[in-house]
Design a protein around this ligand. Structure first.
Ligand SMILES: [Zn+2]
Length: 138
């Protein structure tokens, strides 16, 4: 694998390639998703890329009816809320992601603790391709 800096840009490029990657501190083993260039536990700058399997469970969520303009453009509104969640990965790290494949108009059907699997949402093309991290029921 080519060397990539531990930045949001690298993280986004990996998402475009359908890889969820984090950085792991070589000194103390702390794990960061999205990756950090410097460990917040021991301040080491020696990091390794680690690929995340993409299995986890829902730790918390919120259904958002009035989103930012780029979400409204994607067709989400009061009638079509989207779900933003915190997913606890098998690796023990929590990551914020979109939750797909759930009934956002009936939030009571969405259960904390439900098993989830990663999904990559590609939006735009070419230079403008951006991939959003999402999870769906496993
Ligand atoms: Zn560390």
């Amino acid at each position: 694998m080519e060397e990539r800096t531990f930045s949001d840009i690298s993280y986004g490029r990996f998402l475009n390639e359908e890889k969820l990657m984090g950085s792991k501190c070589k000194k103390c083993g702390a794990f960061f998703v999205p990756p950090r260039p410097i460990c917040i536990e021991c301040y080491s700058s020696e990091m390794d890329w680690v690929e995340i399997k993409g299995e986890g469970k829902l730790a918390a969520f919120t259904c958002i009816a009035v989103g930012p303009p780029f979400m409204i453009k994607q067709g989400y509104d009061r009638q079509h809320p989207y779900c933003s969640g915190v997913v606890e990965l098998e690796e023990g790290v929590r990551v914020v992601a979109r939750i797909e494949g759930v009934n956002t108009t009936k939030p009571e059907t969405i259960k904390v603790g439900m098993p989830l699997t990663v999904e990559f949402l590609h939006r735009g093309e070419g230079e403008n391709l951006k991939t959003f991290l999402a999870f769906k029921p496993a």
